[in-house]
Design a protein around this ligand. Sequence first.
Ligand code: HAS
Length: 548
Amino acid sequence: MTNVFQSFERRDSAVVLAHVLFAFLALLLGGIAGLLQSLVRGGMVTLPYGIGYYQLLTAHGVLMALVFTTYFIIGFLYAGAARTLGWLLPVVRKLAWLGYGLMTAGTLLATVLILLNKATVLYTFYAPMKASPWFYIALVFVVVGSWMSGFGLFTQYRYWKKTHKGERTPLFAFMAVATMLLWLIATLGVAVEVLFQLIPWSFGWVETVNVMLSRTLFWYFGHPLVYFWLLPAYMCWYVVIPKIIGGRLFSDALARLAFIMFLLFSIPVGFHHQLMEPGISSGWKYLQVVLTFMVVIPSLMTAFSLFATFEMHGRSVGAKGLFGWLKKLPWSDVRFFAPFMGMLIFIPAGAGGLINASHQLNAVVHNTLWVTGHFHLTVATSVALTFFGIVYWLIPAVTGRKLTARMHKLGIVQTLIWVIGMFFMSGSMHTVGLFGAPRRTAYTTYMDHPDTVLWMPYYVAMAIGGTILFIGVLMMIANIVMLLRAPKGHEEFPIAEASAEAERTPAIFERWGLWVGVLAVLVLIAYTVPVMELLNNPGVGSKGFVTW
Ligand code: HAS
C-alpha cells in the first residue's frame, strides 16, 4: 500500500517545529558550555569570577543529555505519528502542547537555577550534593510534561487501532509506542527518587537521604534513558533510511522483535552503572550485567538488518562483487550520509559499552574520561548525527519547503566537521581515560605529578576537538535557519515498506500487556531483593552538601 502523503496539517507542523527548534536552542546553549569546558580542561581558558567549571558541566549535561534529546525525540515521534496514523486528534494536540508547556517551564526554571549557581549538581544530580529544592521541582515539570506527550501518542495510537480493526500498526507508530512505553516505565524510578527522597530532603523536611537508594533509583532510570535516546535513531535507520536509499526494509518482524527486546532488557540493568559502588551485593550486579549483555542482542540484530537492507537494494540495482552494494548507496544525500556516519561510529561506540559492562574492566574505566568518551560517541555522535540527518527532511516536510542541492552539500560538510571534532575529542578522552584521568574534574595538573603531566597533550586534543565540534554546532544552527528559509515546495517524509519476501509479522508483538508483564517480572527479579536490602539497611543517611 503506497502512502499518498501530500503535506503536513499546519497545526501538527506547529507541534513538531516547536519541539525541534527548542531542541536545537538547547544544543546551541549546551554547546557554548561544552566549548568553555574543553578550553578550561585544556588549560587554555580561565573562567571569569562567578562562573564555575562544575556549573558549566551541569548546564552542558542537562541541556545536551536531557533537553536536546527529549524535545527532539518528542517532536520526531509526533511527526511520525501524524504521518503514519493520520492528523493528530484535537485532544492529542492539546496533550502535546500541555507537555511542551510543562517541559519548557521546567527547563527554564532549571536553567535559571544552574546559572544562579543554585544547582551545580551535574546532570545526574547525585545526592548528597544538594541543589535548591526548586531544581528538583523543575525536573518534576520536565518529566510530567514528557508523560503528557507520551499519553498524547498513546491516544493517537488507540484511536488508529479502533478505526483500523485487524490491521497491523505502521512500523513507525509501533516503534514510537515502544519507545514511549520504555520512557514512562523508566522515569518511574527517577520520579520516586525526586518526589520521595530529594524534594523533602532539600526542603529540610527530613534530615538525611539514603544515598545508595537514590542512586539505584536514578540508574533504574539512567540506563533506559540511553535507549530512549537510541531508539528514535534506530527508527530512522529502520523506517526512513531504506526509503531514502530507494530500497525496502529487510524485515518488519525483526525490527519489531528488536524493539520488544529493548523494552524488556534495557530497564533491569541499572546496576552496570554502579558496579564499583558499595551496598549492592556482587550477585545482583552480576545478574544485571548478564541482562546488560542481553540488551546488546537487538543492536546486533539491527546491524544485521541494516547491512541486509543495503545489500538487497544494491543487488537489486546491479551491484556486483562482495561489497559492490556500497557503491550504490546515496553518499551525496545528507539524509543518508549523516545517519550512516552515526551507524558506523556506533560500532566502536557500542563496543566501548561492552567494556564498560564487564565488571573487571569497569574497575579500570569507571569514573574516568573513558566513559565520557563512550557517551560522546554513542549519544553525541551516533544519536546526534542521526537527529541532524532527520532535520534535513523533517523541517522541509513540515514547513512545505524543498531540501536543495546546496543544503545537501552544507549538511555533508557539517557531518564531516562533527566526525573530525569527535575523533579528536572522544579519541583523546578514551585514551587518557585508560591512563586513569578522571571525569567530572576541572583543570589541574595534580601538582605536576610526572604521570599526570603526560595527560596534558590529550587535554589539548580534547580542547581542539571541542572547538571543532562547536563550529559544527554553529554550522548546524545555520543550516536549520537556511532550511526554514528554503524555497517553498514538497519534501517527502520518507517511510519505507517492508520487502515483499519478508515473513508476515506475528500479531503477538502488539500484545503490550504481555510485554509490560514480562518486563515487570524481570524488574522485580532484578531489583526487589537489593532494594529491600537498601531499605532495611539505610545506614546513617547523609546530610546535604553544597560543594560549590
Ligand atoms: Fe553506555 C555509561 C554500557 C550503549 C550512553 N553510557 C554510559 C553513559 C552514557 C551512556 C550517557 O556497563 C554515562 C552515564 C554517566 O554519566 O555516568 N552502553 C553500555 C552498553 C551499551 C551501551 C553495554 N550507552 C549506550 C548508548 C548510549 C550510551 C546507545 C547513548 C545513546 N554505558 C555502559 C556502562 C556504563 C555506560 C556499563 C557505565 C560506565 C561507568 O562505570 O560509569 C550497548 O547498548 C552497546 C550495544 C552495541 C554494541 C557494539 C557493537 C554493535 C554492533 C551493532 C550495532 C551497530 C549498528 C550500526 C546498529 C554491542 C556491531 C550498523 C552499522 C552500519 C555501518 C550499517
